[in-house]
Design a protein around this ligand. Structure first.
Ligand code: CS2
Length: 518
């Protein structure tokens, strides 16, 4: 079904006023017929669905991406077996909101002052893992569940970014090894769910990671098997032999939940209240490796199935996610609050473009024309002012993200003798974040699983500081020409402190990049 574009030129701030004393109806299945005609809705009766999918990580991304694609697939086929049980791993807020509105919610895809507005009905149940009486492993083992999907962020996998192996000392993993029937990590939940399937002797679900990791399916498989090995060799062997973990690459820029979301949604929904709406960009891709077994026809909802996702994955991680980090760390140190704001800064925009074309791009299997087209699209997507991606969110957990998004390409470039001014400046800005985030008026908060052990490496001498950070092989692996990289990062740190971010950026722009921020 084609979703109409609502072109009412309302600005988002105009939409935030509440009407005191007025009773506002809440979104529910009964309200579906009362939505404005411009709002798309499920092409099926949500109550008629059975839950063939279990999703771990019921955040905004899942709801704007896989759940919407699943709705579109079901709209086309009418197959009602692909309802989703959406599991929130930590916080109950979204679960409470969804339960109070028959698990319906709105997606608002914003671009150029217009929006495609659609109420989504593919989630059949929302579960808060810590308080769930049935238990997530039991739900995973439900024979109706054919597919388990995950969006739990890189940190949710408890794997070392360098070795890709399970970090057995991670507190969550230690807990789950001790109490395997009451797991708190996604890895422990999957292992116990699969153990129940194995004992029953039935076919396990296919497990699809939708997180921005290198080889996300293979990484997840390795982590679950590593975990199983801590418990029982037979379980590990059974998982290795019977469970499919296809790799997948997801793409859609989604806005984190904001306090104004409900008011924005109410305006588009003609006065109906939705306390779990999601705002995102219209652009979306989902590339999944072929697997055996029943599944929704996701290709009818915007996905594509391929034999190998490797090239898509490297392009996505290095161009979009790597450049997001560049804009977040440098933009954040320069005082910009959002990616859109940083992209509106001509020097930063020129650096972002140069970084993609001259550093990340040459490490990818893309033709010059494809690379240019992708970079043009990305610059337009980063500039979208309706999607406020704040620096804290994009920059958080940098030590987990550094390797696949930045360091792998840096290493390729060093080997090929190509200069790496963007990558070294990005790393310097990340290091700056460990001191800048404590400064008065800082626009970002430091969130990192290795924060404590990294904060102590901060040194007033920029070169000593760069040396200490880059020696962290758990983040950077073993870099070739390490001393040279340390010197460049140290120089960048010194310049940023002495002359400011703008000067440090400008000095690294090739002459033709100046002024080409588009
Ligand atoms: C972002 C991603 O938070 C981040 O690290 O780079 O969430 C990004 O917005 C998505 O991968 C876009 O597909």
């Amino acid at each position: 079904m084609r979703v109409p574009l609502i072109t009412a030129k309302k600005t988002r701030t105009e939409l935030t006023s509440r009407i005191p004393g007025k009773v506002v109806p809440r979104l529910s299945t009964d309200m579906l017929t009362r939505l404005p005609v411009s709002v798309a809705r499920p092409g099926f009766a949500p109550r008629s669905l059975t839950a063939g999918i279990l999703h771990l990580g019921c955040g905004s991304f899942h709801r704007a991406h896989q759940a919407l694609a699943t709705q579109h697939a079901m709209n086309e086929t009418g197959d009602p077996r692909w309802g989703i049980t959406a599991v929130a791993i930590n916080r109950p807020t979204v679960v409470d909101a969804l339960r109070a509105q028959d698990h319906l919610y709105t997606t608002l895809l914003h671009e150029d002052g217009a929006a495609r507005v659609e109420v989504v009905g593919s989630i059949t149940e929302a579960v808060h893992a810590p308080t769930d009486l049935i238990g997530v492993p039991q739900r995973i083992a439900d024979p109706r569940v054919k597919i388990v999907t995950l969006t739990v962020t890189a940190s949710g996998y408890c794997v070392s970014p360098v070795t890709g192996r399970l970090e057995v000392d991670c507190p969550g993993v230690r807990h789950d090894v001790r109490f395997p029937t009451r797991p708190i990590t996604p890895i422990g939940m999957l292992a116990q769910g699969l153990e129940l399937v194995r004992r029953r002797g039935s076919t396990p679900p296919v497990i699809i990671s939708c997180d921005n990791l290198c080889a996300n399916g293979s990484t997840l498989r390795r982590a679950v098997i590593d975990f199983a090995l801590l418990r029982d060799d037979h379980l590990a062997e059974w998982i290795a032999r019977h469970v499919q973990f296809p790799n997948s690459v997801v793409d859609r820029i989604v806005q984190p939940t904001a306090p104004t979301d409900a008011a924005v949604a109410r305006n588009w929904l003609g006065g109906i209240e939705d306390l779990a709406p999601v705002s995102a960009e219209p652009f979306m891709t989902w590339t999944i490796e072929d697997f055996d077994g029943e599944r929704p026809q996701w290709e009818l909802g915007g996905a594509q199935f391929v034999a190998n996702v490797k090239d898509y994955e490297l392009a996505k991680l290095r161009l979009l996610n790597g450049t997001h980090m560049l804009l977040a760390y440098l933009g954040g140190v320069a005082g910009h609050r959002t990616i859109a704001e940083a992209t509106a800064d001509p020097a930063l925009a020129a650096l972002a473009r140069q970084f993609m074309l001259d550093e990340q791009g040459p490490t990818l299997a893309l033709s010059t024309a494809e690379l240019r087209r992708t970079v043009d699209d990305l610059m337009r997507r980063f500039r979208n002012p309706a999607i406020a991606q704040d620096m804290t969110r994009i920059g958080r957990n940098g030590s987990d993200k550094m390797m696949p998004r930045v360091v792998d390409a840096l290493r390729d470039n060093i080997a090929a003798g190509r200069p790496t001014p963007g990558a070294t400046l990005l790393i310097a800005a990340w290091i700056r974040w460990f001191t800048a985030s404590h400064a008065p008026g800082a626009v970002m908060e430091l969130i990192d699983p290795r924060e404590d052990s990294l904060a102590v490496l901060v040194d007033a001498d920029p070169h000593r500081c760069a040396q200490a950070f880059l020696q962290r092989t758990d983040i950077f692996g073993t870099l070739p020409e390490l001393e040279n990289v340390q010197r460049q990062v140290g120089d960048a740190l010194a310049e940023m402190t002495r002359d400011g971010v703008a000067a440090a950026v400008r000095r690294r722009l090739a002459p033709q990049s100046e002024g080409s921020n588009g």
